[in-house]
Design a protein around this ligand. Structure first.
Ligand SMILES: C[S@@+](CC[C@H](N)C(=O)[O-])C[C@H]1O[C@@H](n2cnc3c(N)ncnc32)[C@H](O)[C@@H]1O
Length: 286
């Protein structure tokens, strides 16, 4: 079982977020620190700057605090939606660079007890923060067939959403990842891996309210970034990507960088399967 997370597009991100400007930014934000891969690179690239690392997941945050003890990285177990208050309450300067690497880490995906993957048997939970909200099993039980179908269609971009939602609702048990996977397999002909991945992705996005968090982040980002701040956002989903594109294009506080986005190269895509669906959106605070 893999227990690490390879940071995606490390060179491009360190350059854009930390070293592209003529002087190092005083403060850099890693809003989704995960396994700390990008944050470590920031720490090395700009040793005299302060890096604020956020993660919504309490267990990821405990490990990040251990990893970065005594360094120039300060860790907060918090959603990135709380960045404006945290910067203000602690009298930090405005940020000169920021990264958001959306979605979940390989560490979370490969931990069966978290219930994120159809590849492992585990409780059907999928919460980034297991101390809040409802696990996927409880949420699915409360939802109607139509609500589930809409979520699978919208967040999973899966065309067979209606028939899959019906099978989920008819499933006698929905306590474990295997129960959800079995419901999907029972109605999908051919190789089930893609539909399984799409359905698990859709339920995860729903359970964690991921698009609501992203929407709040985008609408408040101007409050804690200084003019000239380079913001990089790694997206893995067309809905997220579109929200970010429109924000950088149309917001009165941001403009798109030129080029507005970058993709990982073929060598990286071969070495890191997670990089295959990644797109790096680049914006600049006006
Ligand atoms: C793709 S991983 C980040 C990996 C990281 N860049 C690295 O190099 O290890 C995404 C992380 O974002 C966290 N996350 C998801 N939504 C969040 C939110 N709204 N606020 C803060 N962290 C969030 C997840 O818990 C996960 O650990």
């Amino acid at each position: 079982m893999e227990l690490g997370h390879l940071p995606i597009m490390p060179k491009e991100i360190v350059e854009y977020v930390c070293t592209a400007l003529s002087s190092s930014p005083e403060l850099v934000v890693d809003g989704t620190a995960g396994g700390g891969g990008h944050a470590s690179l920031f720490s090395e690239a700009i040793p005299d700057s302060r890096i604020l690392a956020f993660d919504r997941d309490p267990s990821a945050s405990v490990k990040l605090k251990e990893k970065f003890a005594g360094s120039n990285v300060t860790v907060f177990n918090s959603s990135y939606t709380k960045i404006p208050e945290i910067i203000e309450d602690n009298n930090y300067p405005l940020a000169g660079g920021a990264l958001f690497d959306l979605g979940l880490s390989s560490i979370q995906l490969d931990t069966p007890e978290r219930g994120f993957s159809h590849r492992y048997t585990g409780p059907l939970d999928m919460r980034f923060d297991q101390s809040r909200g409802k696990p996927a099993s409880a949420m699915l039980k409360e939802m109607t067939e139509k609500q589930i179908a809409d979520a699978i269609y919208r967040y999973g971009e899966e065309g067979r959403s209606r028939v899959i939602a019906r099978a989920i609702k008819q499933s006698r048990r929905l306590s474990y990842t295997d129960d959800l996977a079995e419901a999907v397999r029972s109605v999908v002909k051919g190789n089930p891996v893609k539909p399984l991945s799409r359905v698990f992705q859709a339920i995860r996005i729903l359970v964690n309210g991921e698009l609501d968090h992203l929407d709040k982040l985008l609408s408040e980002m101007y409050r804690w970034t200084r003019p000239g701040c380079n913001v990089a956002i790694l997206t893995f989903h067309s809905l997220e990507d579109r929200m970010i594109k429109l924000h950088f294009r149309d917001s009165e506080h941001f403009r798109q960088f030129d080029p507005p986005w970058l993709l990982p190269g073929s060598v990286e895509k071969r070495a890191n399967p997670r990089a295959r669906s990644a797109r790096l959106r680049l914006g600049v605070r006006l």
